[in-house]
Write a protein that binds this ligand. Structure first.
Ligand SMILES: Nc1ncnc2c1ncn2[C@@H]1O[C@H](COP(=O)(O)OP(=O)(O)OP(=O)(O)O)[C@@H](O)[C@H]1O
Ligand SMILES: [Mg+2]
Length: 376
């Protein structure tokens, strides 16, 4: 046998790019509860896609429908364009890793990883080869004979990942696989997951309610709330161009200042209750002058200065007063009172940084291109 790298044997041509998944007006009701409401979502072959949303928003329901553990109330799941309604779960070639996907406690690591291969009646030599390659892929070569209870939580999750990957799935479903781990381990497994995805090439549908995790890992993020899709796009697009206040608030910090639209069109302006006019780079489609709306701006876009800023028509200016400063390691989050509202700003924790004490009068500025107007 020629020497092969683990990834070369796992990533055979048929599984190299995974398969596309498209969800079409997919709905699921459980005895009157709308768990999922007319979801349209297209996952390109080989993409790393994340479903992000609060508890009860329908994330696990989507995975169950894709896996074939539940049947849709309406709509369709297509894999590579083909409606899989009539394809049983066992024939969909999908790998799964869940938050507490218990490994079989009485079986060794190798036996756990071999399980799905033996179910598929692969020959002994092939099973042994794939188990070895699978464990090498998740950096657990040599752990074959350990029992799950002799592994750390992160190692157990890596065994679960190896077990899902050795069957060479077209699609890998992961439901909060890192949820039970501490922050450090979580972050290092995030890096490993990204690296693995790049090497193995499988379409991943990943579930989390952790927005940072979603931003770190994904090619595409779909935000769900109450079973409905709020927005889908690359992480940068969702963060920089949220389409509604739920997405703006769920992904990262965002100050939302209520007011009315003073001017729609291509130089949109919002009027605050005290009459202050603030310019924005974008306005949600359909908003017209006079509509109730909010102006959103990220804390890192807001500059805090003790001086009155120079006039410039692209800059929004607000007199403010420091409320509190929260130290968070690499930065300070400053909460300020401005125009009767609370505005959040980030100051990087650089050398010689002085943080203005509570009560200090300051001036806030942000450029209009960093602000967006959304429906209230
Ligand atoms: N088998 C079931 N019977 C009845 N209702 C259900 C069932 N499964 C899920 N639900 C309901 O459907 C909704 C969506 O549930 P789902 O498990 O998809 O949420 P989730 O986004 O995965 O939440 P979490 O982050 O808490 O895991 C919830 O209101 C839930 O109570
Ligand atoms: Mg869930």
């Amino acid at each position: 046998m020629t020497a092969q790298t683990p990834d070369a044997t796992l990533a055979e041509p048929q599984s190299l790019a995974g398969k596309s998944v498209s969800l079409e007006r997919l709905s699921k009701r459980y005895a009157g509860i709308r768990a999922l409401d007319s979801l349209d979502l297209a996952l390109p072959a080989g993409a790393f896609c994340t479903l992000l949303g609060p508890s009860g928003s329908g994330k696990t329901t989507v995975l169950k429908l894709v896996a074939g553990f539940e049947t849709p109330s309406e709509g369709a799941v297509r894999i590579d364009g083909r409606d899989v309604a009539a394809v049983p779960a066992s024939a969909r070639n999908i790998g799964m890793v869940f938050q507490n996907y218990a490994l079989f406690p009485h079986m060794s690591v190798a036996q756990n990883v071999a399980f799905g291969l033996e179910m598929r009646r692969l020959g002994r030599a092939e099973v042994a080869r794939r188990v070895r390659d699978g464990l090498a892929l998740v950096d657990l070569a040599g752990y074959d004979d350990r029992l799950p209870r002799q592994l750390s939580g992160g190692q157990q999750q890596r065994v679960a990942l190896a077990r899902a990957l050795v069957i060479r799935p077209d699609i890998l479903l992961m439901d909060e696989p890192l949820g039970a781990l501490d922050k450090g381990l979580r972050q290092s497994l995030q890096v490993e997951l990204k690296r693995l995805h790049a090497r193995v090439g499988v379409t991943v549908l990943f579930v989390t309610h952790d927005q940072e995790e979603a931003l770190h890992l994904s090619d595409l993020v779909a935000v769900l709330n109450h079973g409905r899709l709020q927005q889908v796009g690359p992480p940068e697009a969702l963060y920089n161009r949220p389409e509604n206040t739920f997405v703006a608030g769920f992904l990262g910090d965002c100050t939302l200042l209520p007011g009315t639209v003073a001017c729609a069109g291509d130089r949109p302006v919002l009027r605050l209750a005290d009459g202050t006019l603030l310019a924005a780079g974008r306005i949600a489609p359909g908003l017209t002058a006079g509509a109730d709306a909010v102006l959103g701006v990220r804390p890192e876009s807001v500059a805090v200065s003790p001086h009155v800023p120079a006039a410039a028509d692209t800059v929004n200016r607000l007199p403010a007063q420091v409320d509190t400063a929260i130290f968070s390691g690499n930065s300070y989050r400053i909460l300020l009172h401005a125009a009767g509202q609370t505005v959040s700003a980030t100051l990087p924790n650089t050398r010689n940084r002085t943080v203005p004490p509570p009560g200090t009068p300051v001036h806030l500025t942000f450029t209009h291109t960093d602000a967006f107007i959304l429906a209230a």
